[in-house]
Design a protein around this ligand. Sequence first.
Ligand SMILES: [Cu+2]
Length: 118
Amino acid sequence: MKIPQTLPRMHRLAAVGTVAAAIFGLGTLVGLALPQSISQKGREFHPGEITVKRGDTVQIVNDDADLLHHAYVDAPKFSFDSGDQEPGSKTNINFSVAGDFDVLCAIHPKMRLVVHVQ
Ligand SMILES: [Cu+2]
């Protein structure tokens, strides 16, 4: 959006504010569509529990610099297997079924993420 340089200074500031508000509003809308992000760090999921809506995607990021992870879900009505997650890699899980699910790590048995899908 081009802001005319001929506008008085106060009007230009108002125009900048309007543009900033528009971008912020757009960012909020886009934010609703972005996957919720979970970090794997120090052999733990952060946060360790989240609630999402059915059909939502959860993105798991391996933030451990030198550890391999391997996220999986093994429930009667929903299963998922990421395979090896290299450091820095991102894994998306789309929860298409409502219920409570444990996301576990095949490499670190104590790692557990609880996902409530509404
Ligand atoms: Cu792990």
